[in-house]
Design a protein. Sequence first.
Length: 110
Amino acid sequence: MARQALAKARQEAEIDLAFGNLEGALAAGFQLVDLRDAEEIAAEPLGVEAWRQIPSTQIVERANELGAGPLLLVCASGRRSAHAARLLRAEGWQHVHSLAGGVRALRVMG
């Protein structure tokens, strides 16, 4: 199912992707980028280790730290990660996606 989501996202260039858990995203080959600040991360850890932690306000300036992807950007609600994914795509990045609903959606599904 996770690999199907990745294939579909690549075909349709979707920004938001839904996963029932982050292990599914990792199994599909995504590199997780946590856009939350340190306080948010401490209050609600992901449960898996993010590949990178870059605050959403710094994502464009620090884009050189990102791999070729596919990247799954994660924040608390999905709003910052969707915005950051759009910014990166506008800068020419491909295969950048946002976790739909963010960490809160994972908590509800889990």
